[in-house]
Design a protein around this ligand. Structure first.
Ligand SMILES: [Zn+2]
Ligand SMILES: [Zn+2]
Length: 396
């Protein structure tokens, strides 16, 4: 699963204690109420410490500046990164923290210099809300690899907004610079689009980088939020798709998603039969696992992209496996803004969305437990319209 997408905080930095834009305070919100400078109070769910779980919070969102787009959030996907951040598993986390970087909603207000978005437009925000805009990566449309560090959608220092801490999409609204706002095609179900903003682009980008096209054979390792998107996207690009899984119980689900074949990776005979059959492997597994048997399924000039970041060491890669077939072992992180838009447009053209289960705010903690247990097909999405009710209860 994706890595910490928030820029790490300096150990001595702390979240602002007053309700400055970007701050979060426990309690309820009256969504839409405006403070004196035109900012809006947003209802949200977030964590107040590593062991608080998710509780109702109030967010003070800034008034849109000239380049800003204010978004009334409708849906936000639940990513494994959110769980790691909320539970403090990546360290250096500032609290309170409102997670969420698979955001879909409609524009409510725009700043004076915004001409490409208007109120009522359906839009999305993914894993970043800013970057330096000046380095080679940013100028190349690879903002996710910004040399000065992109600004994550939550838990990151917002350098252009007074150093406040960014707060994410488990909330009723968000304000984001227009350069980091995506256009969501109207033809797609807005709830099922949300996971495309992280899980979708994370798998689309390496598929595109490898120029996957009709006739290619793509292997997908792991069948979670990322893996199921990799299957759908690779199929839509015209590839034959082979899913590698350790679990026989996932075979029917993989075939249902459109996989042409499923290989049980613990079955040595099946792995031997897959020798030299694959062009590109998208490996989404975040637990340590041995890549060498997978390399043997690749053809000459094949590549393996690892997207998951195991917290423990992986078994060593055997260089012999790489040199014998000129195999590339690569990594990849989400995608740039232009590529994310290209992905959304591609999904509209091919009717691709995520398979989702919509949850209410008060189900978030249970959803986290189920996500960790792998008990979701394949992505939870929060209906942010349910945020207000629990917040009122928490006030009592
Ligand atoms: Zn994510
Ligand atoms: Zn940059």
């Amino acid at each position: 699963m994706p890595p910490p997408l928030a820029k790490p905080l300096a150990p001595d930095s702390a979240a602002p204690e007053t309700a400055t834009p970007g701050s979060a305070t426990p309690g309820s919100a009256t969504p839409g109420s405006k403070d004196s400078d035109g900012g809006v109070l947003a209802a949200a769910y977030g964590a107040t410490s590593a062991d608080s779980g998710l509780v109702p919070l109030t967010l003070a969102r800034r008034a849109p500046r000239e380049d800003d787009v204010e978004i009334a959030i409708e849906f936000c996907g639940l990513c494994h990164s959110d769980v790691h951040a909320v539970w403090g598993e990546w360290g250096g986390q500032a609290y309170p923290l409102v997670p969420g970087h698979e955001i879909v909603g409609t524009v409510s207000r725009v700043g004076s210099a915004v001409t490409d978005f208007a109120p009522g437009d359906r839009v999305g925000v993914g894993c970043m809300v800013d970057s330096c805009r000046e380095c080679e990566s940013c100028l190349d449309g690879l903002e996710q690899y910004c040399e000065n560090g992109m600004t994550g959608t939550y838990g990151a220092v917002d350098r252009r907004n007074g150093g406040s801490i960014t707060q994410g999409g488990y909330s009723s609204s968000i304000v984001v610079d227009r350069r980091y706002v995506l256009r969501v095609p109207d033809s797609l179900d807005p709830a099922a689009v949300a996971p495309l903003l992280c899980a979708g682009i994370t798998t689309f980008s390496p598929l595109r980088h490898f120029d996957v096209e009709e006739g290619d054979v793509v292997g997908v390792v792991g069948l979670g939020g990322l893996g199921h998107m990799a299957v759908k996207l690779a199929k839509a690009m015209g590839a034959k798709v082979v899913v590698f899984t350790t679990s026989e119980s996932k075979v029917p689900a993989a075939l249902e998603l459109g996989a042409d074949e499923v290989v049980l990776s613990r079955d040595e005979a099946a792995m031997e039969a897959a020798n030299r059959t694959i062009d590109l492997i998208i490996d989404t597994v975040a637990a340590p696992h041995d890549l060498n048997p997978l390399f043997r399924t690749l053809r000459v000039d094949g590549a393996l992209f690892q997207l998951g970041l195991p917290s423990e060491a992986m078994p060593p890669v055997n260089p012999r496996a790489l040199v014998r077939r000129r195999i590339a072992y690569a990594g990849s992180l989400i995608g740039g803004i232009a590529e994310t838009q290209e992905m959304l447009d591609f999904c509209a053209e091919h009717g691709v969305v995520a398979d989702i289960e919509v949850v209410r705010a008060e189900q978030l903690n249970e959803a986290y437990d189920r996500m960790v247990a792998g008990d979701v097909k394949y992505r939870f999405v929060l209906d942010t319209g349910t945020l207000q009710a629990p917040a009122k209860e928490a006030d009592a």
